[in-house]
Design a protein around this ligand. Structure first.
Ligand code: KIV
Ligand code: ZN
Length: 398
């Protein structure tokens, strides 16, 4: 099965589109705003990483946002450049002008569709929202053939009404339909069901790309993304390091490595050059001055570090015992065996060999190992310099 898409041409149903929103939804998290130069550097890094779409910002939000979307559209080649707009002519015109110079451009139209949002946020009836969906998608199509429409709070929307909204968006020219879990409330089963329902019930849904956009309030963003793919989504919206509103968005690096590592369950293709994941993560951390936590999957400093003796012994025999992907595949140069109080003799011997002490006799190694254990009890990490000092002490004593 394949469909015809204005930006991607004929696209097969086994191809996953990566839509990165680090510069829009990601930037909306407190403390993560970026200046123009920083956004341009991030956008180039995202293009080099191979993302298919960069959501560069929300042009109507401020002069600065408009200008950064405009400059990204003008200078970054490769990905489709997208600007976000509410269902208002002013927003859509600003987005249209901002992305005008892009090689390929997209306008991302959205409006809330849940009863809760319509009643308290929009103060609108369902029929008014349907009219705005038609107006918004038609107006966006005046600027580009590549129009995405999103049902904000889609996962908490009445299913029958959600299907009506999607139908109106498709009939009025949307070519990508995004159903966000705006507040990170859904479970994987909810997401799988919603996408399967839309595919089954909405006329024309098989001719557009269905997209998933998940927030991480319950720590389920990546799981929900994978479940949505199982239900039929073929565009994944995500951010580097999972930054985004509140608890963040689905992390690009985790999602792409889940797809790759479990290709048995997810037999899909994408264009991401995974060996660049670590450097893009570091660039973002550097620009925003927010480090990722040490235990962050894929890009945290402990993601490929092993301290316990049992794990280190296994790693030295065969890395697959405790690693499900190679560190090189995501940009690390190698795994690390960190020496600490849980480390065993095998890792200690290995460390000695890498520090140039391959020829020590067993007695010296055993005594040095005992001193190392005493030291490790009083220190969180034993560094190479500590090992050198204690081995030199030990050999001098003999
Ligand atoms: O979370 C959300 O619903 C959004 C939309 C604007 C797509 O970010
Ligand atoms: Zn969002």
């Amino acid at each position: 099965m394949s469909i015809q898409h204005p930006s991607f041409g004929r696209i097969d149903s086994d191809r996953i589109i990566f839509f990165d929103t680090t510069l829009r939804d990601g930037e909306q998290s407190p403390g993560f705003s970026m200046n123009l130069d920083e956004k341009l550097r991030m956008a180039q890094a995202l293009a080099d990483l191979g993302v298919d779409v960069i959501e560069a910002g929300f042009p109507v939000a401020s002069e600065g946002d408009f200008e950064s979307v405009r400059q990204i559209a003008e200078s970054i080649r490769g990905p489709v450049i997208c600007g976000l707009a509410r269902a208002s002519v002013k927003d859509i015109e600003a987005a249209g002008r901002a992305v005008e110079k892009a090689e390929r451009r997209r306008i991302h139209q959205f409006i809330s569709t849940s009863d809760l949002h319509m009643k308290y946020k929009l103060r609108m009836e369902r029929e008014q929202v349907l009219e705005l969906i038609a107006m918004g998608t038609q107006t966006a199509r005046r600027f580009t053939d590549d129009v995405e429409w999103s049902a904000e709070d889609g996962s908490r929307t009445d299913p029958d009404f959600l299907c009506r909204c999607v139908e109106v968006a498709i009939r009025n020219g949307a070519t990508t339909i995004n159903i966000p879990d705006t507040v990170g409330y859904a479970t994987p089963e909810d997401m799988r069901r919603i996408f399967a329902m839309v595919r089954e019930r909405v006329p024309g849904a098989d001719q557009v790309i269905l997209s998933t956009h998940n927030h991480n309030d319950l720590g389920l963003a990546v799981a929900n993304t994978l479940a949505a793919v199982e239900g039929g989504a073929r565009q994944i919206e995500c951010t580097i390091n999972g930054i985004g509103e509140r608890a963040g968005n689905a992390a690009l690096e985790e999602t792409v490595m889940a797809l790759r590592t479990r290709a048995d369950a997810y037999p899909y293709r994408n264009g991401i050059e995974t060996t660049r994941l670590l450097s893009v993560s570091r660039l973002l951390a550097n620009i925003t001055s927010f480090d990722v936590q040490p235990n962050k999957a894929i890009v945290g400093r402990n993601a490929f570090a092993h301290e316990s003796g049992i794990h280190q012994d296994g790693m030295l025999k065969n890395a697959q015992t405790y690693e499900i992907m190679t560190p090189e595949s995501v940009g690390w140069s190698k795994s690390s065996l960190v020496l600490g109080k849980h480390s065993g003799r095998a890792a200690f011997r290995d460390k000695l060999a890498t520090l140039g002490y391959a020829d020590l006799d067993d007695v010296t190694i055993n005594q040095a190992f005992q001193r190392f254990k005493d030291l490790a009890d009083s220190k969180k990490i034993v560094f190479d310099a500590d090992v050198v000092a204690l081995v030199d002490d030990e050999t001098r004593d003999h």
